[in-house]
Write a protein that binds this ligand. Structure first.
Ligand SMILES: Nc1ncnc2c1ncn2[C@@H]1O[C@H](COP(=O)(O)OP(=O)(O)OP(=O)(O)O)[C@@H](O)[C@H]1O
Ligand SMILES: [Mg+2]
Length: 366
């Protein structure tokens, strides 16, 4: 695959806005810069503007404001047949009257590639997804997963530098989805393809991506590698949207040496890391992951604040235990503990003490 060397970003959105009706902005102020070869996922709730961004990048929709550049050139100035963008959609969109091989040859014919080269490229693309033996079948004679593999190889057959995928695995069952997630990321990395992937499945986003852009309300709320997104959410939306989280509300009492003392609405005082609170008196939502809650006070640092908790429910999940607690006025506080030989199994009605390291508890916007 031909690769151009360049210092600029390969895909760039600069202050992009989009309105379909001239009144409401569905994309509000999008800035994004991707290096060549990156696998980036747009993740967000329904209606947050993900497909719209993909359509603008493909050139099927125009931005109302701002600029989208591909390898330094504004997408508006690149004619569609020169864009070199492969696309895969949720519902396959294979041509039903054509065989698998004809489906794959189609984008090559459009690009005026001769017959023998076409046949060679088709077989190679089918080989990438282990579907060489299915070249003569029609889409209706394939399973859902096989159809999606063909859709993927059709997007790759003309060796695009950029591939856009909009929920390509949404219609498949869990096991097949996981297999294809693995195949897609491997292929993308092996071929050095730059990929923009859209999903509203957060596990899929975390496991597949180099970076994830979390969308809400037409904006990117956070753009970060998966581990950073999970461990260091920058605001309450991201903390709630990615993974399971406990949220407690209160007011900042003081901030000292990088630790905020927060008085919860029920009166208890806890320690937290000030993330987007800056001064006493501000309201905050503190956010703590279930696996970071400690129920052995001797494992906390000296002077750490603890909370009284009542066990409401204990669920055995095999590898972990998931226990629901009543804490500081909420009945939905979850802790997760590893199923280790010495791990206690709590019983409903038990009274315990819980705490955490201040850096694991993030004081975010209210
Ligand atoms: N062609 C269109 N004309 C008018 N409004 C549209 C059009 N396409 C999308 N919208 C609106 O723009 C907003 C963003 O839609 P978009 O399809 O980008 O969301 P999405 O994040 O892809 O959602 P989903 O996860 O449901 O696919 C929605 O409010 C939607 O109703
Ligand atoms: Mg969509």
């Amino acid at each position: 695959m031909a690769k151009t060397k360049h210092d600029t970003a390969f895909v760039e959105f600069e202050r992009v806005q989009k309105s379909y009706d001239g009144v409401n902005l569905v994309v509000k102020d999008l800035n994004l810069s991707m290096p060549q070869g990156e696998f980036l996922t747009m993740l967000g709730p329904s209606g947050s503007g993900k497909t719209t961004c993909l359509m603008m990048l493909a050139g099927f929709e125009t931005a109302t404001h701002g600029d989208i550049r591909l390898d330094g050139v504004s997408i508006n100035n690149i004619p569609p047949h020169k864009r070199g963008i492969g696309m895969v959609f949720q519902n396959y969109a294979l041509f039903p009257h054509m065989t698998v091989a004809e489906n794959l040859a189609f984008p090559l014919e459009v690009r005026k590639i001769g017959k023998s080269e076409r046949e060679e490229k088709v077989m190679r693309a089918l080989g990438m997804v282990q579907m060489q033996d299915f070249a003569g079948r029609r889409p209706a004679q394939l399973s859902g997963g096989q159809q999606q593999r063909i859709a993927l190889s059709r997007a790759l057959v003309f060796e695009p530098e950029l591939v856009l995928m909009d929920e390509p695995l949404g219609a498949l069952d869990k096991q097949l989805r996981e297999t294809l997630q693995f195949e897609i990321t491997n292929l993308a990395h092996e071929l050095g393809i730059t990929t923009v992937y859209v999903t509203h499945d957060q596990t899929e986003a975390l496991t597949m991506s180099d970076r994830v852009a979390v969308f809400d309300d037409g904006r990117i709320q956070q753009l970060a590698p998966p581990d950073k997104l999970y461990e260091e959410p920058e605001n309450s939306f991201v903390a709630q949207f990615i993974g399971e989280n406990n949220t407690l509300e209160g007011v900042v009492k003081e901030i000292n040496n990088g630790v905020a003392l927060v008085q919860l609405d029920g009166g208890d005082i806890i320690d937290a890391k000030p993330v987007n609170v800056t001064k006493p008196g501000e309201r905050t939502r503190v956010s703590i992951r279930p696996e970071r809650v400690e129920m052995d006070p001797t494992r906390l640092q000296e002077g750490a604040h603890t909370l009284k908790a009542e066990v409401l429910e204990f669920v055995y999940m095999g590898d972990i235990f998931r226990t629901r607690l009543r804490v500081a006025g909420t009945d939905e506080f979850i802790i997760k503990t590893r199923n280790a030989p010495d791990q206690v199994r709590l019983k409903p009605g038990e009274q315990i003490e819980i705490g955490w390291m201040a850096e694991d508890c993030r004081a975010l916007d209210a």
